[in-house]
Design a protein. Structure first.
Length: 263
């Protein structure tokens, strides 16, 4: 079965919002991924420094990534924070949101071609979403490897063929993507600073033109390193170089680091 999105976000979730109204004490927003839900970004949660004018940070109509602090479903209140969202978290959330929107567009195209409802189709694709880590990722694999990879995951052949054809037509696969995870720890009082510096070292390693390194938090002390390159050989070299840079930096700071290749 397809994974159903919960009615409310949970504490600690990152959410995409649209700013609706700004007051002296904060900004009221709508939660784009939760229909009809609203939240408040209090001025104290806008920045870690003094905020003289909240409009220097947010404006009406702006989309932003915020972190959920508290949820009161009985009162319909969601308290949010901007200052607690890191640059890496913001970038990864936006990327994930864009992929979800693209996947919804693709699934509607498949629905039209097969002449079945989107809900019926999402029921079929639930298993592959779980296997590939998301619907967009499933489309991406189908674009790269063809319908067999979806059939092997349990999707009916006719659906797999149309999904593959749609993916190849709509998704441009300019680069391959691989990932791994580093575990970085430093028990010094300012250890988190050394961890951040180690991740920056990984981000800044010398890399060929048209390659990309993405780093984001899995759950501290684990951090994902995602590499995009023209081929797998180049991607593997860059992933190794980035992970080694992070581990070398944290070790030099008196901490420990390890690497695990992702699937």
């Amino acid at each position: 079965m397809a994974v159903e999105k919960p009615e409310w976000p949970e504490q600690g979730d990152l959410v995409i919002v649209t700013v609706q109204r700004i007051t002296d004490y904060g900004a009221y927003v709508t939660l784009d991924e939760y229909e009809g839900k609203e939240g408040l970004l209090h001025i104290s949660e806008v920045s870690s420094g003094w905020v003289r004018n909240i409009r220097e940070f947010v404006r009406e109509g702006q989309k932003s990534v915020l972190k959920v602090l508290r949820v009161n479903t009985e009162k319909g209140q969601v308290d949010l924070s901007l200052r607690r969202v890191s640059r890496l978290e913001r970038r990864e959330k936006i990327l994930s949101w864009k992929r979800e929107r693209k996947a919804e567009s693709l699934i509607r195209s498949v629905s039209d071609k097969l002449k079945v409802s989107v809900n019926e189709l999402r029921t079929q694709t639930g298993a592959i979403e779980e296997k590939f880590g998301g619907l967009y990722e499933a489309f991406e694999r189908a674009a790269l490897e063809g319908p067999d990879v979806l059939i092997e995951a349990g999707l009916p052949k006719d659906t797999a063929v149309v999904m593959s054809e749609t993916a190849k037509d709509k998704i441009r696969l300019r680069m391959v993507k691989i990932k791994g995870a580093v575990e970085l720890q430093c028990m010094k009082p300012n250890g988190i600073i050394y961890v951040k510096e180690a991740l920056l070292d990984a981000q800044k390693v010398e890399k060929p033109k048209d390659t990309e390194i993405r780093i984001y938090t899995i759950a501290s002390p684990k951090y994902a390193i995602e590499v995009l390159a023209e081929d797998y050989k180049e991607a593997e070299k860059l992933l190794q170089k980035a992970s080694e840079a992070a581990i070398k930096a944290i070790s030099k700071a008196g901490g420990t680091g390890s690497f695990q290749r992702g699937k």
